[in-house]
Design a protein around this ligand. Structure first.
Ligand SMILES: [Ca+2]
Ligand SMILES: [Ca+2]
Length: 361
């Protein structure tokens, strides 16, 4: 199992195309390629909650008891997480006590609420943040407070579960909050409080089948399985499906894959079907071929003209079965647009070797 990059990805299977540069995390694909990624989620704290991306302008919100939540869209592997929170101390006091007391401590809790209402909310971590130093509110002195917590296990978290960061701050004698949280601003700035969750055990993604050959107009169902470090499947992962052309000079096929993993091919060539999960990919290589030339008399389309084809035509001629347009085309030997007794007889003669099949344009 080659490892690519610095603990970026571990490659499973023989079909992976390795990048030439291995110093950075690169996209690794290939037919049947399974890529293992240590998943990492960066969640940004916004006034409305946790978000994978930042929205809104910079601002600050008072911390009294604030809950910032996000609904997970997939399982999260987690053994540790780190946090960076930009805190502002509202300093209403004329002078801090001497020596300064760490008066502005903030309690933080990370809660996991399963979507299943019968399962209780679990506290996965709790810690104290601070002391938030005194600052001049007009200067907005920001204390970026950071740390990490280990021992989380969110591997069993499922899509639809909720992760909540709860911050509780102190108040002064009048009940006014003493600490604000700076939110908004560019990623990585002091105004971008964030949690990095799920720097945990690797997951792997596999696709089945890893290669397929279908004809234009045909479909192929694919499935993808996410596995944990122990190899056990993790149900409920939301896999994204897409296609892309193969690398190289081969002809690219056309087709679309739906979000249930079913490919519908519309043009001949090669096409890659890609299952994606949190930056991981598993890729299948698909050949899209021209449909075989229909053989006149081969009503059931198995490639041979046999007595069973004649019987099928006979049953269609007397109205016992209804043929598909393709079957009808192959059964209509005399080309009159319908299946009749004479077609059945002609097919029978072909089947027993008394006649040769007509050449059909
Ligand atoms: Ca046949
Ligand atoms: Ca006919």
């Amino acid at each position: 199992m080659p490892t690519v990059g610095t603990a970026c990805q571990t490659v499973l299977g023989g079909g992976c195309t390795l990048p030439t540069v291995t110093s950075t995390c690169a996209t690794i694909t290939g037919p049947g390629c399974g890529v293992v990624n240590p998943v990492q989620w960066t969640l940004h704290v916004t006034p409305d909650g946790l978000s994978p991306s930042i929205s809104g302008g910079p601002g600050s919100i008072p911390i009294l008891k604030n809950g910032f939540s996000i609904k997970l869209d997939g399982p999260v592997a987690g053994q540790s997480f780190s946090y960076v929170l930009g805190m502002i101390c509202l300093n209403p006091q004329p002078e801090p006590p001497t020596p300064p007391e760490p008066f502005a401590m903030v309690m933080a809790r990370l809660l996991w609420q399963p979507a299943d209402p019968t399962k209780p909310s679990q506290e996965v971590a709790s810690w104290e943040i601070g002391p938030v130093p005194f600052g001049d509110p007009s200067n907005r002195e920001i204390a970026p407070l950071q740390g990490s917590i280990t021992g989380l296990d969110l591997l069993k978290a499922q899509p639809g579960d909720t992760l909540t960061l709860e911050l509780t701050g102190p108040t002064d004698a009048t009940g006014r909050t003493l600490v604000q949280l700076l939110v908004g601003g560019p990623p990585g700035s002091a105004g971008d409080p964030q949690l990095m969750v799920a720097n945990g055990p690797p997951l792997s993604l596999s696709i089945d089948p890893t290669a397929a050959s279908i004809t234009v107009g045909g479909t192929q169902q694919f499935s993808a399985v996410l596995r944990g470090a122990d190899g056990a499947p993790i149900p409920g992962a939301i896999i994204r499906w897409s296609t892309r052309p193969p690398s190289g000079s081969v002809q690219a096929a056309t087709g679309t894959v739906d979000q249930a993993g079913k490919l519908a091919a519309t043009g001949i060539g090669q096409i890659l079907v890609v299952a994606s999960y949190q930056g991981m990919e598993a890729v299948a290589d698909v050949s899209v071929l021209t449909p075989p030339t229909p053989v006149p008399g081969d009503v059931n389309g198995d490639g041979q003209v046999r007595i069973v084809d004649a019987l099928l035509a006979l049953r269609a001629a007397v109205g016992l079965v209804t043929l598909t347009p393709e079957e009808l085309s192959r059964a209509d030997i005399n080309g009159n647009g319908a299946v009749d007794i004479s077609d059945a007889a002609a097919i029978l003669r072909i089947a027993v070797g008394l006649a040769s099949p007509p050449i059909k344009a």
